[in-house]
Design a protein around this ligand. Structure first.
Ligand SMILES: [Mg+2]
Length: 374
């Protein structure tokens, strides 16, 4: 089987909640999605998505994704899409890093592998683990009461995890406001729920220590991505006993091995486009398993196509190490594909259809903005 054609689509995905706020004054009202369709000489096609969380989250941006695909396309045409490691070797041979650009291609190849073997991607990633995958909400920074209400809206809709964004500047209220946000969001916590206080690298060690001192003993949450650098993260790690989950600092295998060798954290937020696709994310997941780290399985953001990749990865992740998956559908106000995985009874289950199990909405996608191979 050979890749014969690559179509690239661009779609703007509006944020579903108005304005999304992160630490450092970052705001977002929508996301620029790149969708890829790979066609083959065997009649199978595969779909993948890469939607960076704007240009100020990790070192990835939407125009870079599309420029990267332009460089990658010539070495992909004629390759067998089922040979996932060889596909990634071929991509690495012409472009260093740029994991977000490689993601849509890699995921589309997994979709083809699934369709050609009549297996859902979760089975190819190690095998379905029966049962529902718990999903996590993403609660942008706001005043404490508004965040508490937002958590409650998601709780009512079946979310068992909640990622609450912190990282207030001194002018906004600093550590005091962040402590109030955490207390407000956890005030209605049920025993099954899991909370992350996610600073997206926006805290100094001093801010984090002051915030933690302002909280009552025994609050059950995990601090995510407190600081932007390894130096600060390791300093905070030595000075506190709070569980720490890393996200933005861990993109490559080298980052993950460094985190483990420094004992920098207790878990990792794995994101399909941050890690560089499902091939790399599976490897990262397995390294986490060997190291005894818990994982949250996510993508930066995205449509049903991105969420399908997330869900198949989560559905095949051992439950003792899986805390939740991010349902990116809840973050965007536009649908790009049919994906039969409703949220109910506290979780979602990957459909038992071949590949990613999605049916793209071709009318919404419009015409490709670039086509390679014809
Ligand atoms: Mg995060």
């Amino acid at each position: 089987m050979k890749v014969t054609r690559i179509d690239v689509y661009q779609v703007d995905l509006p944020y579903a909640g108005g304005i999304y706020r992160l630490s450092g004054g970052r705001t977002y009202d929508g996301f620029d999605a790149t969708i890829v369709r790979l066609s083959t000489d065997a009649g199978f096609d595969g779909w993948g998505e890469s939607t960076p969380f704007g240009p100020t989250y990790v070192a990835a941006h939407a125009a870079g994704v599309r420029a990267g695909i332009e460089l990658l396309a010539p070495v992909l045409l004629g390759q067998d899409p089922r040979h996932l490691d060889r596909i990634n070797d071929a991509m690495d041979s012409v472009l260093t890093g740029q994991r977000a650009a490689k993601t849509a291609i890699d995921v589309a190849c997994w979709d083809i592998l699934g369709k050609s073997t009549q297996m859902p991607v979760c089975d190819l990633l190690g095998g379905r683990i029966e049962g529902l995958v718990p999903v996590i909400s993403s609660i942008g920074s706001d005043d404490p009461d508004a965040m508490r209400e937002n958590v409650d809206r998601h709780r009512v809709n079946g979310f068992l995890g909640h990622s609450i964004k912190i990282g207030a500047s001194t002018e906004e209220g600093g550590p005091q406001l962040d402590a109030e946000r955490i207390k407000a969001c956890l005030s209605d916590k049920t025993p099954q729920e899991w909370f992350l206080a996610d600073a997206n690298g926006g805290l100094t060690v001093e801010h984090a220590l002051r915030m933690l001192q302002l909280l009552p003993q025994g609050m059950d949450f995990v601090l995510e991505a407190p600081c932007a650098s390894w130096r600060e993260t390791l300093s905070l790690r030595r000075l506190t006993s709070i569980p720490i989950l890393l996200d933005e600092l861990v993109e490559s295998e080298e980052d993950l091995i460094h985190a483990i060798s420094c004992d920098a954290c207790d878990g990792i937020g794995l994101k399909v486009s941050k890690q560089g696709g499902l091939t790399r994310m599976r490897r990262h997941r397995d390294i986490c398993r060997a190291a005894g780290l818990i994982v949250s399985i996510q993508d930066t953001v995205g449509s049903e196509i991105a969420f399908a990749a997330v869900l198949h990865a989560a559905q095949s992740t051992p439950r003792h190490m899986l805390r939740c998956a991010l349902d990116t559908r809840s973050m965007v106000a536009k649908s790009l594909a049919r994906f039969d995985a409703p949220l109910k009874d506290g979780g979602v289950a990957a459909p038992n259809e071949p590949g990613l199990s999605i049916t793209p909405e071709l009318v919404t996608l419009g015409d490709p903005i670039a086509t390679y191979g014809v």
